[in-house]
Design a protein around this ligand. Structure first.
Ligand SMILES: *Cc1c(COP(=O)(O)O)cnc(C)c1O
Length: 396
């Protein structure tokens, strides 16, 4: 998954140009910047490479999710259907906007189960926030149809699946908006960065204004801009965008390497008794950042995860116990612990998140091990890894 494995002269050259111009801000300073607009260039390059209509880059994936929700009109008292396997950023964004996270089940795709989503819809539901976890996709076509039928906004968190698609259509284009992250550990990195993508020109206009204090960016003089909406500062810097430009040019080779490495390990594990794999709605669209597999029981998975680590197979995650990605360890959310009282608490809409009931997800995640696919593995590393994995996973 991580583009940081291959930082090289390309990134340095891009950053050097920005340093030479001395213009680190994405707006204004037209004379000094010597014709270089890295953030704009990154937006155009992302749109071209990923087949997206309108792209706005911002300071982080968290900012992208917050901005997408806000610009789509998600606010105080609205219910947003979310998965229990995600990253904390999505829940943070929903809660700080005053909205209520409603947890639906995941299925063997490790993403939202459309049937469970349908069952969680109420008269207050405003949006479904689907998170394409660990490089691959949800049953996003079914979710899109459901949201369309019910008049709900579908927002995609594609932070972990840049370059992935479903039946030839890029993730991030199935709903109202898509959100990307280019933080340090993502498939391509800016150091810190993110993007909101949409096919809706009006929404794009709100998004770009929201991330810069509501500036309309209509004229040449920043000081004379109007502020049609209240926003925040979620701007990316030109230094970060410059890193992203070099990284994006490496995306195809990153995906190619990931798919090759993952394919080798997955093929080599197919005949191991008891091991089954995550369901991929479109295997060809997988970005292959992770290999996720199931064991027959929770105790098998716990035992094997520990044994893999002991055998030197690094990069394996037992997400069920993870405190960033799975709901069981989210004590601060359950307590609604925040420095200021949240709107959901003041409004009496949500007392706590102590009773998140997702038995299907718990049963599934308890049996799941995820393994990060690295770019830097050699042939020898791959052979050794497969041998060790086979030996640990086949042992009785
Ligand atoms: C990384 C991540 C984010 C947040 O991105 P940042 O750039 O780190 O703020 C959001 N959602 C998911 C699923 C992520 O993995």
């Amino acid at each position: 998954m991580p583009g940081f494995e291959i930082i090289g002269p390309e990134e340095r050259a891009e950053v050097e140009q920005v340093l030479q111009s001395g213009v680190f801000m994405r707006y204004g300073f037209d004379g000094a910047r010597q014709g270089r607009w890295p953030s704009r260039e990154l937006e155009a390059a992302l749109a071209a490479r990923l087949g997206l209509r309108h792209v706005h880059v911002c300071s982080s994936g968290t900012a992208a999710v917050f901005t997408a929700l806000a610009a789509c009109g998600v606010g105080a008292g609205d219910e947003v259907i979310v998965p229990p396997f995600t990253f904390v950023a999505d829940i943070e964004a929903v809660l700080w906007l005053g909205a209520i996270p409603v947890f639906a089940e995941i299925d063997e795709t490790l993403c939202l189960d459309p049937a469970s989503v349908a069952a969680k819809i109420t008269s207050r539901t405003k949006a479904v926030l689907v998170v394409h976890m660990c490089g691959s996709m949800a049953r996003v076509d079914e979710l899109a149809v459901l949201c369309c039928r019910k008049g709900l906004l579908l927002i995609e968190d594609v932070a972990q699946a840049v370059g992935a698609g479903f039946r030839g259509k890029p993730l991030g284009t199935f709903g109202k908006a898509g959100c990307f992250s280019f933080d340090y550990v993502k498939t391509i990195t800016c150091g810190e960065g993110g993007a909101v993508v949409t096919g809706d020109a009006e929404l794009h206009d709100l998004v770009q204004a929201f991330t810069d204090h509501g500036h309309d960016h209509k004229g040449k003089d920043r000081g004379a801009d109007l502020h049609p909406i209240i926003g925040l500062n979620f701007r990316i810097s030109e230094l970060h965008a410059a890193v992203g430009l070099a990284q994006l040019r490496k995306l195809d080779s990153i995906l190619e390497t990931q798919r090759r490495h993952k394919g080798f390990l997955k093929d080599g594990l197919r005949d191991v008794p008891g091991v089954t794999f995550r369901r991929l709605p479109d295997p060809a669209g997988d970005s292959a950042t992770f290999l996720s597999f199931f064991l027959p029981t929770e105790s098998d998975a716990r035992q094997k995860a520990a044994a893999l680590a002991a055998a030197g197979v690094d990069g394996c995650f037992y997400w069920y116990d993870n405190n960033w990605h799975y709901h069981r360890r989210w004590q601060h959310f359950k307590d609604l612990a925040s420095p200021a009282e949240l709107a959901v608490k003041r409004g009496g809409w949500l007392k706590s998140l102590h009773n998140i009931q997702v038995p299907q997800s718990d049963a599934l995640m308890g049996r799941t091990i995820g393994m990060l696919i690295k770019l830097s593995w050699t042939e020898n590393d791959l052979n050794q890894r497969l041998e060790r994995m086979r030996s640990v996973l086949s042992a009785g």
